[in-house]
Design a protein around this ligand. Sequence first.
Ligand code: ATP
Ligand code: MG
Length: 734
Amino acid sequence: MMMELRIQLIPTGEIILPPGKNGENYCHNCKVVASDGVRAMMESALTARDRVGVQDFVLLENYTSEAAFIENLRKRFKENLIYTYIGSVLVSVNPYRDLEIYTKNHMERYRGVNFYEVSPHIYAVADNSYRSLRTERKDQCILISGESGAGKTEASKKILQYYAVTCPASEQVQTVKDRLLQSNPVLEAFGNAKTLRNDNSSRFGKYMDIQFDFKGAPVGGHIINYLLEKSRVVHQNHGERNFHIFYQLIEGGEEDLLRRLGLERNPQQYQYLVKGNCPKVSSINDRSDWKVVRKALSVIGFNEDEVEELLNIIASVLHLGNVQYGGEEGNACITSDTQIKYLARLLGVNGAVLTEALTHKKIIAKGEELMSPLNLEQASSARDALSKAVYGRTFTWLVNKINASLAYKDDSFKNYSVIGLLDIYGFEVFQHNSFEQFCINYCNEKLQQLFIELTLKSEQEEYEAEGITWEPVQYFNNKIICDLVEEKFKGIISILDEECLRPGDASDLTFLEKLEDTVGGHAHFVTHKLADAKTRKVMSREEFRLLHYAGEVNYNVNGFLDKNNDLLFRNLKEVMCMSENKILTQCFDREELSDKKRPDTAATQFKASLAKLMEILMSKEPSYVRCIKPNDSKQAVRFDEVLIRHQVKYLGLMENLRVRRAGFAYRRRYEVFLQRYKSLCPDTWPNWQGKLSDGVSTLVKHLGYKPEEYKLGRSKIFIRFPKTLFATEDALET
Ligand code: ATP
Ligand code: MG
């Protein structure tokens, strides 16, 4: 049997071999008659393919084998080919070194070009979303996932840069582009930190909308932030740092600025910076980063006064950390008033009132207000609570300020379309997991749900509804775990809230007992008491274990109630409300003081913000970037197979591939398909009179679609391979 073989050599040296009937490469099975020259070229193409693997996992012969999947990743990684597709999902392996693949030339290469014509790249995903936005007028979103250090933030920055360079611009648009780009260094300075896993780890989740006008120019943006890891302000684990901004200010701040702020040029002087014993990081230059951030703040539109107020707050947090307590009979008092003096000046508050608030708690007894002294431990935690609240609220203020600067000035009719970028924390499993990991992993369960809803489930349901025969793919639906966490009244969050509100003897341990009573029988929940002998050995009595879709995690309940309550004593709030610092007056609203209703707990707020996020994402057409970390030591070249296998598993890549192989890449409603392509066939042009499905059938036969390339459902045509549709698109253009 003779078959046509098209080999396309593309600039990176990769070879695109078109897929055969079931996605496999048919040149393996056929005898090719060709001249010596062509044969030599083909042979070298095939050897090269052996070397570099396939650029779309769909082309893997043994597509159900995890070993083959990982081998393909390894081959490509070795050749610096960090990107591979699963259909339209991009898998990216962090190279941990700068590759020359993000130049302007590369951007040009991907601009307006179909997926299959060029090698896989983050720019192809960016461009594809942009083109869909333009042609289909449907809002898009790009969901970037992966564990800490896998390259999510870098990927989102690359996408943003791609739009900034390739989208049309006017002078006004240029300002927006600059601001969009410059929002990154600012948010990273305040929201990122060096951790053991990543020297520039995002300690908050971020969803960013880029708004495009009808000409396709970026005209605005909007950012939503999720759950900043505030506890880092007051404590860091060994080898980790506080948020970058503190070190940038201390290392890079000008002499007179530091003098005004009362700061010394030595991070080790500050209690909030010494815990991790890691003032310097070889990959980070705090001094030059400071300059970048200062410049970025002015591009975004901060005036000098605002910068001053902002830095006053940052310096105040450091001073607060150095407030030391002593005292007799257990009542805390502040040992030196040096810090209080600075704090009073920088925050514009009364020093004596602040001192009292840092050592006393206001209680109301029999209608009277009394100041009750705090003991040393209580006072330290009140001080830390204030630092966390001040920093956390300032961060939210910063995001709002950036949003004001990015706001589309002409949005009276909301006449723009949107591409959303989601860069949010990946699944986390540490030696000790706490409330933060619980929230982060819950978020990942929700994102997996969304992926199932949008990709796996909806895909299969659609085939069923359309009467398309196909082989169902088994997957684990993690809804059961989402319910365990978030269900009203009987989910873990509800039980936690209940304990937080319960007066009397409520504690982290009573919370654990309540969990055992309420969800103890759940298949995805275990505690020491409920565990079998083997599990009991690796669990403490203060832990509960969740069997997440991605693996098992033990959470230590210590601190759950406090972190969920996230309370700040009333008198500390009052002092902040009296502050003359203009940022703080926006962060601490006086109305909060008269509010009788308790604010929602941290977990409940997070749950609500995730529900909103799901809504936002559901209303858009998603694209996925799955980031993989090749090793735990931030090294280039090293490919740690065990680590990678784990990520392939919990990113659901094998399931994703199976669904993709079994399915159809594209589908279009008959009327849409006919309307778009009817001009390509004399029988359907200018208007098809009969049944829509017959019209589509006539049209695709005329176009030479082979029976295995498509199927006709009840209301839609399903097209198996992207290249088929792309070829039709190309025909339209010629
Ligand atoms: P976290 O969840 O901790 O925020 P992340 O997934 O956002 O992690 P990044 O900060 O994007 O991880 O990447 C970690 C580091 O890996 C980067 O600082 C950079 O050094 C390197 N890196 C990531 N992607 C690339 C890339 N495409 N090219 C070169 N280096 C990269
Ligand atoms: Mg990040």
